[in-house]
Design a protein around this ligand. Structure first.
Ligand code: NAP
Length: 940
């Protein structure tokens, strides 16, 4: 006589264990909760009963349950949008769609279920989780509830977790919910599994072979007693309802097995009701709590990403950058997005290899602790550059593809100007690059174009406003700015009301209510033309736009003025994009842009011009970071690229924030700071980290033997000219002197911020072992936590493994990060602190113009802003010819300007070009396209 397996009792046991686990977790993490969301379409009465049971059990163990009840008229798209909402809701841990759907529309239920994020799938029914179960990836999936309940019962009743191994398991039914996943689950627990279905000819014969028989066909008492092998474990999933024929009587439930007859032969058997049914609910609750813990507490998004790395095809000598880029077949970007845990709904594709990602990720992953945050900077470079971008990419390739860490690179988008000029635009080079290189360098997703549009709309608005103010009387001007509607009311827009409020006037709904004096003050910005700092921009190196005259058309009636174009990346709007933390913050910063002073010396802002929201509209899409990949298939955000002299020269805060969440607590985000450490790193810490609130974990300081020889007294390095023999032959003396001066000072500077420094010696083929050894030794002696030689340019990630290990070690403990100066120091003191502490100057000397500006900005209330020095990157001092670590100089401050919207004051040390020019032979001569294949060549 078979022993009855009480699913009711075992399910209670499961629920009790889950309740204890949840309680323990909450004790350790007081804000922790597990929440199951059930999506129901329509109002089937049987569904209502099942849903009620699930919500009741969730509440019993202390979890949260919620029902999203949707009308039967819902469409597929609307239903999927509801699932997306739940995917994005950080409070929801488990989602199930109650099937069957009760709908009047044709809806593909499989696609709806598949929309559930795999980490929130608690029924194991998404294609990804079902596929993983089928393939035996048991630790990377979640078991469907009914099959899981069946397995649990077999293991518990036999008291043997390995009972299934080696047994003949026969499963009747091959549905997606029960039969097929049960067969996979028992097979991967090493049963020898047979599946029978409606077309199977000899079901009885198959059943008789079963040591474990699982029946899920939905036919009352289909399996007879003489189909059972003596002693077999029989699990009956069937629920067949026999409606009550008499009023007051309950419906009766029957299983698929003739239980009474089977009992005589089987060893164990589940009853119906009270067998598999309660186990399904218990396993659902258990899966919900497990998924909540896995998603919220196990180091980010469920540990290491399931990512496919790409192997670079290394060739020596290393071919051109574009040839290397083309030698790799990149993954489609939607695949990479999925690998790193970005939801389908969070992705906007731009072709196949680029996508924008939603800022919702930050909210969705708010429970995830940030990863480690590393900035790559360099010693004072030669005009040829020392490979910071290449090192950034090589390092992430090593951390990801070789050390299997979750890692993101966050880099700047290059301006198109240099791409067609002299410098090229590539992010990285050799075997450490962002690919596809041509997509990276040209247009990307249009962010720079949007900035150009926004910048120039403001420029047009300024000139138009000055023109209208100059050609109209107060009344006419006011009446045109606030036209009267049919009811005779002069309605003011929101931005106009803000101006009223700033002026201290009553914020009226009808402009007629203002006094004549108020109207005049409101309407007249009275811009002092000599103070306008807002230029037009273009993303082209166009030297002839460095000085222009506008307003020469006859309709402008002689209102001409001299102005200029800058390159787009020099626009304050680019700096704003890089420093903003949300779309609303972006709008706020745009509103504060100061475009000039009025004739009374008060700042005139973009908000005064009335253009804040219009510019924000143009910038709407730009706040979303752009996803690309490295040559080895690791993820990269390419986002924002402000000038490194008149702005802070860093990629965006938003990309870093999204990436730090995506990599999770044990992951890494590597970003780059433009120019040498005296400029880039200082601005990274004192401006970017100040605004983002993010804590840096380590600095990677890139040095080259070439640059060190220059600092040690080697001859000038000139772009385009062949290198002198000092740079090609071993020269220990020059390297040593370079280490003792520039390398030493830059390491000491980094240490002033309390962040560990890893020196990366970016190896060139001409470097000798003795030269490299000296750099490593000296770097350590001057306070670097570690120093390693790296060959990522020639070997990709494999060449930077030592560097990656050094970074892992350096970031294993929290840094003692601190800013160089407090914001409440006066502007002059802040500038002097940077000059003394970082550049090694004895002090600063302010020109008359600089003094006047400091006085003005202080009076206007901008003295609490951080400082963004506009200084040459070719020397620690203001003089590009002074190499090493100059001392005994006074830093001259020629002028001081303000980017109030971006949020910094920038003192000018010497002349700063904001519009590059084209040389006699720019690189556009070499750029070609094959019209047949559309293949681009000549980019570098
Ligand atoms: P389903 O989608 O209707 O699938 C039934 C399966 O049984 C199909 O694969 C079908 O084969 C097969 N089948 C039908 N007649 C057969 C026969 N004469 N011989 C062999 N195989 C036959 O049903 P389901 O969703 O899997 O559910 C099955 C039963 O389990 C139902 O009674 C259901 O109520 C119950 N159930 C219980 C729970 C629980 O919590 N306890 C959960 C889910 C389901 P073909 O593929 O060839 O058509």
């Amino acid at each position: 006589m078979a022993k009855l397996i009480s699913g009711s009792e075992y399910s209670q046991k499961v629920l009790q264990e889950v309740a204890e686990k949840l309680k323990e977790t909450k004790e350790k993490n007081p804000t922790f909760q597990a929440c199951l969301a059930i999506v129901q379409v329509g109002n089937r009465s049987d569904s209502n009963v099942y849903i009620g049971a699930k919500l009741k059990k969730a509440a019993e163990i202390g979890a949260e349950g919620k029902l999203i009840k949707l009308p039967e008229t819902i469409t597929q798209g609307e239903l999927e949008a509801e699932i997306d909402k739940l995917n994005n809701d950080d409070n929801v841990d488990g989602i199930i769609v109650q099937l069957p759907l009760d709908t009047v529309n044709e809806i593909d239920a499989d696609s709806v279920v598949d929309r559930i994020h795999p980490l929130k799938d608690v029924d194991g029914l998404t294609r990804e989780n079902a596929g993983r179960l089928f393939r035996g990836e048991l630790d990377k999936t979640i078991f469907p509830c009914t099959p899981f309940g069946c397995l649990y019962l077999v293991q518990q009743v036999t008291g043997d977790l390995n009972f299934v191994a080696g047994k003949n398991v026969v499963v009747l039914g091959r549905s997606k919910i029960v039969g097929s996943p049960a067969a996979s689950l028992f097979m991967w627990h090493h049963g020898t599994t047979t599946i029978c279905h409606s077309k199977t000819q000899n079901v009885k014969e198959q059943c008789l072979k079963a040591d474990i028989l699982i029946v899920a066909i939905g036919r009352k008492h289909y399996v007879k007693g003489d189909w059972i092998k003596p002693g077999a474990v029989v699990i009956d999933c069937g629920i067949n309802v026999e409606e009550a024929t008499e009023p007051g009587k309950k419906n009766r439930l029957f299983g698929d097995v003739d239980t009474e007859a089977a009992k005589q032969v089987a060893g164990y058997i589940t009853p119906v009701p009270g067998g598999v049914g309660p186990m399904t609910v218990a396993m659902l609750i258990r899966n919900t709590v497990e998924q909540a813990i896995r998603r919220k507490l196990s180091g980010g998004q469920g540990g290491n990403w399931p990512i496919t790395y790409l192997k670079p095809k290394l060739v020596t000598p290393v071919p051109s950058d574009i040839a290397v880029s083309r030698s790799q077949v990149p993954k489609n970007i939607d695949m990479l997005a999925k690998e790193v845990g970005i939801l389908h709904s969070e992705l906007d594709l731009f072709g196949k290899k680029k996508a924008k990602v939603s800022l919702d990720i930050i909210k969705r992953l708010q429970h995830v602790k940030d990863g480690r945050y590393v900035v790559v900077t360099g010693i004072t470079p030669t005009p040829l550059g020392e490979g910071k971008s290449t090192t950034t990419i090589g390092l992430v390739q090593a951390l990801g593809a070789h050390l299997k860490k979750n890692v993101f690179a966050c880099v700047r988008q290059p301006s198109q100007g240099p791409t067609f000029g002299i410098k090229g635009g590539a992010a990285g080079g050799g075997y450490s690059q962002v690919i596809p290189m041509e997509e990276f360098n040209l247009h990307l997703t249009g962010d720079i174009h949007a900035i150009t549009a926004a910048n120039n709309l403001l420029a047009a608005a300024i000139d138009a406003r000055m023109f209208h103010e100059a050609t109209q009387q107060d009344d006419a001007l006011f009446n045109r700015l606030c036209p009267q509607n049919k009811q005779g009311v002069r309605v003011l827009s929101a931005v106009q009301k803000r101006r009223l409020s700033r002026l201290g006037f009553p914020v009226v709904d009808d402009g007629n209510l203002l006094t004549s004096e108020q109207k005049a003050k409101f309407a007249r910005l009275d811009i002092d033309v000599s103070t306008i700092t807002w230029n037009r921009v273009m993303d082209v190196n166009d030297r002839f736009l460095r000085g222009i005259e506008v307003g020469l058309g006859s309709q402008e009636k002689g209102h001409t003025r001299k102005t200029q174009f800058d390159i787009t990346v020099a626009s304050e709007i680019m700096a704003i994009l890089a420093l903003t933390t949300s779309l609303s913050d972006l709008r706020d910063r745009i509103s504060k842009i100061v475009i000039a002073s009025d004739k009374q010396g008060q700042p005139v802002t973009a908000d005064d011009i009335g253009i804040t929201d219009a510019l924000t509209v143009l910038m709407r899409d730009t706040v979303r970071p752009n996803l690309m990949q490295t040559l080895e298939g690791t993820p990269v955000f390419v986002h924002a690229g402000p000038f490194a002299n008149i702005a802070h020269g860093q990629s965006s805060i938003l990309a870093d924030k999204v990436a730090l969440k995506l990599v999770g607590e044990n992951g890494f985000v590597i970003t780059e700071a433009g120019f040498g450490a005296d400029i880039g790193m200082e601005k990274f810490f004192d401006i970017k980290c100040r605004y983002s609130g993010l804590l840096p974990s380590a600095v990677v300081l890139v040095a080259t033997v070439r640059a060190l020889k220059m600092h040690g007294g080697g001859p000038a390095v000139v772009a385009g000219a062949p290198l002198k023999h000092e740079y090609l032959d071993e020269n220990i003396e020059l390297v040593t002197k370079g280490c003792d001066s520039n390398l030493r000072k830059q390491i000491e500077n980094a240490n002033k911020f309390g962040v560990p420094v890893v020196v990366c010696v970016n190896r060139f083929s001409t470097d000798t072992a003795n030269e490299l050894e000296i750099v490593v030794e000296k770097a350590k002696s001057y306070g670097a936590q570690n120093a390693v030689v790296s060959e990522h340019w020639a070997k990709g990630g494999a060449g930077a493994i030592q560097l990656a290990n050094a970074v892992v070690e350096a970031t294993s403990e929290k840094s003692n990060f601190k800013f160089l100066y407090p914001l409440d120091l006066g502007l002059e003191e802040k500038i002097a602190t940077i000059a003394r502490e970082i550049y090694g100057a004895d002090g600063i000397e302010l020109s008359e113009a600089a003094k006047e500006k400091i006085e003005r900005y202080t009076r206007q209330g901008f003295s609490k802003l951080p400082i963004c020095m506009a200084k040459t990157h070719l020397s620690l001092s203001h003089d590009p010819t002074k190499k090493g670590a100059p001392t005994g100089f006074i830093l001259p401050i020629r002028d001081v300007r303000a980017s109030v919207g971006a949020g910094f004051i920038y003192p000018l040390v010497g002349e700063m070009t904001t519009m590059p020019g084209l040389s006699t032979r720019p690189c556009f001569f070499d750029i070609t396209i094959d019209p047949e294949t559309e293949q681009i060549d000549g980019l570098f």
